[in-house]
Design a protein around this ligand. Structure first.
Ligand SMILES: [Zn+2]
Length: 407
C-alpha cells in the first residue's frame, strides 16, 4: 500500500509568504509534538529570525485559542491524522517573542518541556519514523518513539496498536509461570523429578517465548536500537519454544528407544539454533521478510513430521494417536501454521485497512493462536507422559509386548 503525506491543512489555514513558519506541514507539526520531544529543545531553536518568531507566535496563539479549558490529557488525532494540540497552561500575552528574543526561546523551551512532561499521543502511520513502520494496513493509533523504558511500560495500560499484542502474550506469560510453579511444586509421589526436568524444557520455552514477545511489543517504540534488539529476542523465543516443545514429546514417544530419541533431539536443536542465527541478521526483521520469517518458523515446527512419521511406521497409526498424542500434535500444528499464515498475509487488516488498528489485527490473532497452541501442547504431553508412565519401565514394557506377541 502506498503512503503519501497528508495535505497540509494547518498551512492552508494560515496563508503567509513562502518559506515562513506557516509553511510547516502537518507532518512537521506532528513531529514537533510527538515524535521528537527531546529533553533539550534549545538545540533545535538556534535561529533568531524575528519574522519567523512572529509567525510562530501567531501560529501557536491561534492554535492554543482553540484548546478546551480543562482537558487533562492529549486528545487523539482526527481521522486524517491531523494532530491535536496538547493541553498546557498558556497565556498569549506572554508570547511577545519579537520584543525579547531570549525570552521567546525560554518560552519555546518551556512549551517543549511541558509537551515532553505531559506524555504522548497516538499518531497516524504516516507520522511514524521508517523503523516503526511495520504494517501499513494499520492506519491510526500508533505509539510515537518514546525514548523511555518507563513510558514504554506505562503504555501497556493505554490503548494503541500494540495494546492487544502486549496483553495476549503478557497474560499467556503469567499463565505459564503459574502452571510451571504448580507443576514443579507437586510432591514427588505425584510428579517425579525426571518428569519435572523434561517438562521444564517446554515450560522454559513457553515462558521465554511469551516473555520476550510481550517485552518486544512493549519496548518496540523505545528507539530503533532497542526495538531491533528485542525483535531479535522475540524471534529467538519462537525457536526456543519450538525446541522446548519437542523435548517432552520425543522423550515420551521414543521412551525406550534411545537412538531415534537422541537423533531427533539433536536435529531439532541444530535446526532451532540455525533459526536463531538467521534471526540475528539485522535485515531479517524488515517487513519485506515477513513471509520468509513465517516460512522459516513453520519449517522448524514441521520438522516434527519426521519423528511423527517414524513413530507411525514403527508403531502404527492407532498407537500414534493413543500413545503419542498425535491428535493434539496435529491440532497444535494447525494452530501454529494457521497463525503464521495469518501473520504473513496480514488478514483482516489487508482487506479493511484502518478497521483493525486497535483490536483483532492479524498479529493479535497470531498471538492468541500461539498461546492456544502452547496450552494444547501442554495437554498433549501431559497425556502422553501419563500413558508412558503407566506402562512401567522399559524392561517391563518389553516383556509385556513379548507376551502379547506370543499369545
Ligand atoms: Zn508478536
Amino acid at each position: 500500500m502506498s503512503e503519501s503525506p497528508q495535505p497540509s491543512s494547518l498551512a492552508a489555514a494560515n496563508p503567509t509568504p513562502a518559506g515562513s513558519m506557516a509553511d510547516l506541514s502537518e507532518d512537521d507539526f506532528m513531529d514537533a509534538q510527538t515524535t521528537t520531544p527531546t529533553p533539550s529543545p534549545r538545540a533545535s531553536l538556534t535561529h533568531h529570525d524575528p519574522t519567523l518568531i512572529e509567525e510562530a507566535n501567531h501560529l501557536l496563539s491561534s492554535k492554543l485559542e482553540e484548546l478546551p479549558e480543562e482537558d487533562e490529557d492529549f486528545e487523539e488525532e482526527d481521522g486524517d491524522g491531523d494532530p491535536v494540540t496538547p493541553n498546557f497552561e498558556f497565556d498569549p500575552a506572554d508570547m511577545d517573542l519579537l520584543a525579547i528574543p531570549g525570552k521567546a526561546l525560554d518560552k519555546a523551551e518551556e512549551i517543549a518541556r511541558r509537551v515532553w512532561e505531559a506524555g504522548w499521543t497516538v499518531v497516524h502511520h504516516n507520522h511514524l519514523p521508517k523503523w516503526l513502520r511495520d504494517n501499513d494496513f494499520l492506519i491510526k493509533g500508533h505509539r510515537p518513539p518514546l525514548n523511555s523504558f518507563l513510558a514504554c511500560f506505562k503504555s501497556i495500560f493505554r490503548i494503541h496498536t500494540e495494546t492487544g499484542n502486549i496483553w495476549t502474550h503478557l497474560l499467556g506469560f503469567i499463565a505459564f509461570i503459574g502452571i510451571t510453579v504448580y507443576f514443579l511444586t507437586r510432591p514427588s509421589i505425584e510428579v517425579q523429578w525426571q518428569e519435572k526436568a523434561i517438562f521444564s524444557a517446554f515450560f522454559i520455552g513457553a515462558i521465554l517465548c511469551l516473555g520476550f514477545s510481550f517485552l518486544f511489543h512493549t519496548v518496540y517504540c523505545h528507539s530503533e536500537r532497542v526495538g531491533r534488539l528485542f525483535n531479535k529476542l522475540d524471534y529467538c523465543g519462537i525457536a526456543v519454544l519450538t525446541m522446548g516443545s519437542f523435548v517432552p514429546w520425543l522423550y515420551y514417544s521414543f521412551y525406550c528407544r534411545m537412538e531415534p530419541k537422541i537423533i531427533y533431539l539433536v536435529l531439532i536443536f541444530v535446526l532451532g539454533i540455525g533459526c536463531i542465527v538467521v534471526s540475528m541478521w539485522d535485515k531479517f526483521a524488515e517487513p519485506k521478510f515477513r513471509p520468509v520469517r513465517a516460512g522459516m518458523f513453520i519449517g522448524l515446527g514441521l520438522s516434527g513430521v519426521i519423528p511423527a512419521m517414524h513413530f507411525v511406521i514403527t508403531d502404527g497409526l492407532v498407537a500414534a494417536f493413543q500413545y503419542a498424542s498425535l491428535h493434539w500434535l496435529l491440532l497444535m500444528a494447525f494452530l501454529y501454521i494457521s497463525g503464521a499464515i495469518i501473520y504473513a498475509v496480514r488478514i483482516p487488516e489487508r482487506i479493511w485497512p484502518g478497521k483493525f488498528d486497535i483490536w483483532c489485527q492479524s498479529h493479535q490473532i497470531f498471538h492468541v493462536f500461539v498461546v492456544a497452541a502452547a496450552f494444547v501442547h501442554y495437554h498433549g504431553i501431559s497425556e502422553i507422559a501419563e500413558y508412558r508412565l503407566s506402562f512401567g519401565d522399559c524392561l517391563e514394557e518389553r516383556s509385556q509386548l513379548l507376551m502379547l506377541r506370543t499369545v
